[in-house]
Write a protein that binds this ligand. Structure first.
Ligand SMILES: [Ca+2]
Length: 575
């Protein structure tokens, strides 16, 4: 009896060590941008190895753009439920009260870290450190203007400058985190920022593609920008190298058997290029805009070369990874996703009868195991018709009715997207980037897309910049502005005010760095602003009362041509 008890205890303790989890996400890489999916234009041996040594999901779906997919992965729930309805202006934030995958694993004793593009909120308590990640390094915005020695990165809520090529740095940070936590279970999320534009990649990766003859092309080759495709493929090979470095580190630490590695993309390809003949790119609710790889390796547990046939989506990652790891999900809002553990462990059962929904910008589509109902109500059978060329709705009216009903039900459950959430000043340090501000009186954004933009053309006294904020705790706050101002324009007086409290200061020191970014692009950038090495200027301090209001920066006197350019305002509790 005693022997048996000891044996049970021994087995129990061996099982007590929960597996580590590494989740790798890439940005704007299409399903077709991997050699494991048949693309011979490039080689992605490290990513491919996950499919060889583990499982490949045959039909895995995400949303058409970044923030919605990330929110679904993080919460296991459809993005609209968590308040995510946009990729900027605060609409990228998950409501407080959502439970994240990091919180699930943290509650089971895991060390948690995220290294890369967050894109679900910049200020506490929306910041990754407040959503379950002990450690965070990266940028919280949807895109960045330059990937070399990147400016204004966020390390655990502090503003820092990066070093080297950004995806390499994210991998380095993740590798350090894995090493530092090798003796306890860890949950490591690596949301790489590429191949999202700007199309920047070191020569080492670009050389192979500079003049490459690309055999596989978009389904409509005329609309493909080959310079862009070449840059993207080089960026994908760099990503693969970084994935390989993470896997190598796990091997070196002898952790491969103790670590679940999952790999997926956040939306379809950011442009027309080979994607298995599917219709739709990033932003589209068609198959090509939302199909992503999902590769999951757990050496010794998931049989090599497992193929998962049931459809699945980003909403399934939280329940699946928690189930695999044996981690209980704390009580919270109901999940939309399901656990696919049994399919991963090689059990073949008929696929569950379920539908997965896609939504972006007023367009919807519904996917069942066999069909996709598109936003116009046409029905396509994807395996026979990957390009969605033949509408089969007439042949399957009952299927159309079933899918429309599911869509109507889904729509009726989704909260309204009317968003009245202020930006929050809720911690010792709060960054308020130009992205989250509103300009008036002639002040302009450096680019239409707010993400990494700054405010410029502030030439008149009517000019003002406001942030709709809610201050959680009254107190005195130090104010820093990342600014530029040429020598001939210094001398303006500015005022910062909030709910009756104010301070003023004058721009004394010239700082006029050059704009850069596009000269490093391998193909024309999309909507990313140029960047400048803005300088932090300590304007002074201000007493902020608690509550909601407009934090307003305006000029009391414009000395000469312009007041200054503004990239970010930062508030730090002084008391
Ligand atoms: Ca994306």
């Amino acid at each position: 009896m005693r022997l048996l008890a000891a044996l049970v205890l021994l087995l129990g303790s061996a099982q007590d060590r929960r597996p580590n989890v590494v989740v790798i996400l890439t940005d704007d890489q299409g399903w077709g941008d991997l050699s494991v999916h048949g693309n011979t234009n490039l080689a992605t041996p490290a990513v491919d190895s996950l499919a060889r040594d583990g499982a490949l999901f045959e039909r895995f779906f995400v949303q058409p753009v970044c923030s919605p997919t990330r929110a679904e992965y993080l919460t296991g729930r459809y993005h609209l439920r968590s308040g995510v309805h946009d990729t900027s202006s605060g609409g990228e934030r998950m409501n407080l009260g959502e439970r994240t995958i990091a919180e699930v694993f943290k509650s089971a004793g895991y060390a948690t870290g995220a290294f890369g593009k967050w894109h679900n909120g910049a200020q506490q308590p929306y910041h990754p450190n407040a959503r379950g990640f002990d450690e965070y390094y990266g940028f919280t915005s949807g895109h960045w203007g330059d990937y070399f020695d990147a400016l204004l990165l966020d390390h655990n809520g502090r503003t820092v400058k990066g070093k080297g090529f950004l995806p390499d740095e994210f991998a380095d940070r993740a590798i350090d985190f894995i090493g530092a936590n090798k003796d306890r279970p860890f949950f490591c999320y690596i949301p790489f920022n590429t191949p999202h534009s700007p199309f920047q990649v070191p020569d080492r990766w670009y050389r192979k593609f500079a003049d490459a003859d690309l055999k596989l092309r978009d389904r409509d080759p005329k609309r493909e920008d080959l310079a862009k495709t070449r840059a993207v493929l080089a960026m994908c090979e760099n990503l693969d190298w970084n994935v390989g470095r993470v896997l190598k580190r796990l091997d070196e630490l002898n952790l491969a058997k103790d670590t679940i590695v999952a790999y997926f993309h956040d939306n379809g390809p950011n442009g027309a290029r080979w994607n298995g003949g599917m219709k739709g790119v990033k932003g589209s609710t068609d198959e090509g805009g939302v199909r992503s790889p999902l590769l999951v390796r757990w050496t010794g547990k998931i049989p090599p070369a497992t193929r998962v046939r049931p459809i699945a989506g980003a909403i399934d990652l939280l329940p699946t990874l928690a189930d695999l790891a044996g981690v209980a999900i704390p009580a919270g809002k109901p999940l939309d996703g399901i656990s696919l553990k049994s399919a991963l462990l090689g059990e073949t059962a008929p696929p569950p009868d379920r539908m997965i929904l896609q939504h972006w910008a007023g367009r919807f589509s519904v996917r069942s195991q066999r069909f996709r109902l598109d936003t116009a109500g046409k029905l396509f059978e994807l395996e026979a018709d990957p390009g969605q060329d033949k509408d089969v709705s007439k042949e399957h009216p009952e299927e159309v009715a079933r899918m429309k009903k599911a869509l109507d039900q889904w729509k009726s459950e989704m909260p309204s997207v009317k968003d009245d959430r202020p930006f929050t000043v809720a911690s010792r340090f709060t960054p308020l980037p130009a992205r989250d501000g509103i300009a008036a009186g002639g002040v302009k954004r450096s680019n239409k897309a707010p993400n990494c933009s700054y405010f410029t053309d502030w030439t008149r006294e009517e000019g003002r910049i406001t942030w709709d904020v809610e201050v959680a705790a009254a107190g005195r706050y130090d104010v820093v502005v990342y600014y530029s101002c040429p020598k001939e324009d210094v001398g303006s007086t500015v005022e910062l005010s909030f709910r009756g409290s104010r301070m003023e200061a004058s721009v004394q020191e010239a700082h006029d760095p050059p704009a850069y970014g596009p000269e490093r692009d391998r193909a024309s950038r999309a909507t990313e602003s140029v960047v400048k090495d803005f300088k932090p200027w300590r304007m002074g301090s201000i007493d902020l009362p608690a509550g909601r209001g407009e934090l307003t920066l305006r000029a009391l006197k414009v000395a000469r041509g312009q007041v200054m350019e503004v990239r970010q305002l930062e508030l730090t509790r002084a008391d």
